[in-house]
Design a protein around this ligand. Structure first.
Ligand SMILES: Cc1cc2nc3c(=O)[nH]c(=O)nc-3n(C[C@H](O)[C@H](O)[C@H](O)COP(=O)(O)OP(=O)(O)OC[C@H]3O[C@@H](n4cnc5c(N)ncnc54)[C@H](O)[C@@H]3O)c2cc1C
Length: 362
């Protein structure tokens, strides 16, 4: 018998949430290359829930995740992971069009000035999406890992998959330190490293490409910003939201191609962010309090990838979560678990077609 039924490679939100769904049913191990599970993308997000984000197919996963995030089961977590904020999609001219069924309303200039005092005159109107909320990402990730462990799952930090071979008895996984572990199934939840992990397991890469995104915490000469809505533009060139009374989290909405790595912000991207911000509001920029960057990894069609590999047996993809991996995690994990265990899906995702996300689509 193998050491484990399932080895999940990667302990970010993707691996942790899927692990939480399967641990009670299969002997499951999460191996994580870093000393801490949320070290990469999961620990660096902008931490918001925005139902319209990611296009119509991803929006289904967003919507199916909402009630779990808003009121999780008591045994999972003791209060909501969401804190309502709302999102203003501001525009010079035409308002953006959101996927069907998402609550929104048009906001004209007079109201916009009240919602974002000091907004420059060229921004004439906005579409307000009231359902946008902050997500308590650290608590959500910890709660998934907590459920995983309570159900018998094991997490091994500082354990990096170097290679794996599939034979008659299943998988033999070799770690960076030379030790080996056997398992029936490998789950590839390695985020930016999804393609290299596939290659190391003898599977063809799917073209999951990491793209760097920069975040800046700015101190500005303005107060009362804590509950400022998320503000973004219809063209997708920036977003910012209130953080402290006089600070915002700002991103230039960058997507810079990179190899998988421990991403760090570049001066030019911070400068671009501030330049775009100053074209939106007249608030004096006082200083950069901190900045960071993380990788958002996309498959070629920008949809996530859930399902068994076309050619290599017992190799399951859970990758390509782009910029929506936190907000989709509850529903995506339930859908992926049903595929992985060959079970009927949970009722919250029963109407979502999983073939849209299959690796076999490439
Ligand atoms: C700046 C920024 C803002 C974002 N904002 C949002 C947002 O507001 N809302 C939202 O929903 N999403 C957001 N995202 C996206 C979200 O953060 C990601 O989709 C999500 O974190 C991806 O999770 P993951 O588990 O796939 O990746 P990761 O968290 O990167 O986890 C993958 C793990 O795999 C491990 N690993 C890799 N190779 C190996 C190996 N060989 N052996 C063992 N372990 C390995 C890595 O060490 C890593 O810990 C944002 C992302 C960024 C960068």
């Amino acid at each position: 018998m193998s050491d484990f039924d399932i080895i999940i490679v990667g302990g970010g939100i993707a691996g942790a949430s899927l692990g939480a769904e399967v641990a009670g049913k299969r002997r499951t191990l999460i191996i994580e290359a870093e000393s801490q599970c949320g070290y990469h993308s999961t620990g660096r997000s902008a931490a918001f829930y925005l139902e319209s984000y990611g296009g119509p197919e991803v929006a289904k996963l967003n919507a199916a995740s909402h009630s779990f995030l808003a009121s999780p089961p008591a045994e999972f977590f003791h209060h909501s992971f969401l804190r309502k904020r709302g999102d203003l999609h501001i525009a010079r001219d035409d308002l953006p069009v959101l996927p069907d069924g998402i609550e929104s309303r048009a906001v004209e200039r007079a109201e916009l000035e009240k919602m974002v005092p000091g907004i420059r005159p060229e921004w004439r109107r906005a579409l307000f999406e009231p359902g946008c909320a902050d997500i308590d990402v650290a608590s959500l990730h910890a709660a998934f890992l907590g459920q995983f462990r309570r159900n018998g799952g094991e997490v091994r930090p500082n354990a990096s998959l170097r290679s794996a071979r599939h034979g008659k008895g299943g998988w033999i996984v070799e770690l960076q330190d030379g030790s080996t572990i056997s398992a029936d199934v490998i789950v590839n939840a390695a985020g930016a490293w999804a393609d290299p992990v596939a290659t190391a397991c003898g599977a063809a890469p799917l073209g999951v490409a990491p793209k760097r995104r920069t975040m800046v915490q700015l101190r500005v000469g303005r107060t009362g910003l804590r509950d400022l809505p998320l503000v973004d533009d219809a063209e997708g060139t920036f977003y910012f939201k209130g953080e402290g009374d006089s600070s915002v989290w700002l991103s230039p909405h960058d997507e810079i191609e990179t190899d998988p790595c421990d991403a760090a912000p570049e001066e030019i991207d911070i400068a671009t962010a501030i330049d775009r911000f100053e074209k939106v509001v007249d608030w004096p920029v006082e200083r950069v309090e901190r900045s960071w960057a993380g990788l958002r990894s996309f498959a070629p069609d920008r949809l996530p990838v859930y399902g068994f590999d076309r050619d290599v047996p017992d190799f399951f993809w859970c990758a390509g979560q782009g910029g929506f991996g936190i907000q989709t995690s509850p529903a995506a994990a339930k859908m992926a678990a049903a595929l992985l265990l060959d079970e009927n899906p949970h009722q919250s995702v029963a109407r979502i077609d999983p073939t849209v996300f299959s690796p076999r689509r490439f």
